[in-house]
Design a protein around this ligand. Sequence first.
Ligand code: TYD
Length: 215
Amino acid sequence: MAHKYPGTFISLEGPDGAGKTTQVRLLAAKLDAAAIPYVLTRDPGGTPLGKQIRHILLKPGHPVAPMTELLLYQADRAQNLAEVILPGLQAGKLVICDRYVDSSLAYQGYGRDLDLPLIQQLNAMSTGGLKPELTLLFDIESEKAMGRKHQGGHDRMENEDLSFHRKVREGYLTLAKEEPTRWRTIDASKALHTVQEEMCKIIGDHMAAKKLVFI
Ligand code: TYD
C-alpha cells in the first residue's frame, strides 16, 4: 500500500544513543527554512494519547511484561497512524516518523526475544500494513551509544544492560540487510554535521527520484 497517498513516508530508526533525535531537529529547522510541507512525528508519543502511553512505557521503576510492552507500543502506533501519519500523507506532505514498526521488531523481537512473525502481524494490524518508502538506520556500536547517553536520568529502555542494546543493534542490521531497497544505513558515530549531510543527501535523492522539492 506504499503508493496510495500523495505524500512521502520516511521512518528513522536506530539504537538508543545514536543521536537520531538531534539529527531530526536539525533537519526540521532546514525544512522550516525551505517552507517544505512536512509532518514530524514519533513512536511512541506522537499524539496526546500516545504521550500518556509513552510516559507509562518509559518511566522507570515498575515492571512491564514484554507482551504488555509490545502491545502498548502498538496501541501508540495505531493512534499515531490514524491521527497524524495518514492525514499527513493524504495531504501530500513529507511525513517523517522518528521510530516506527521496525523499532518493535528490533527491541521487542530481537531485544526481548518475542516472536518476530507475531510482531510483524501486530505491526500490520496497527498500521493497516502501511510501510515507509524509505527507512534510515542510524547505526552505532552499543558501547559508544551507551557512553553517549545523557548522564542525567535514563528511561526504562535505556536502563537495559549492554547485552540487550547489542541484540537491538544486531536486530536492526539484520532487518536492514533483509530489505535493502527500503533501508539506508548511516554511520552515526561520525561527526554530527557529517551524519546530517548524509541524512539530507539520502532523503534528497529519494525526493528527487519522485520529482519532489526538497531543501
Ligand atoms: P525515545 O526517547 O523516543 O528514544 P530515542 O530518542 O532514542 O529515539 O524512546 C523510545 C524508546 O522506546 C526507545 O528506547 C526505543 C523504544 N521502543 C521500543 O522498544 N519499541 C517500539 O516499538 C518503539 C516505537 C520504541
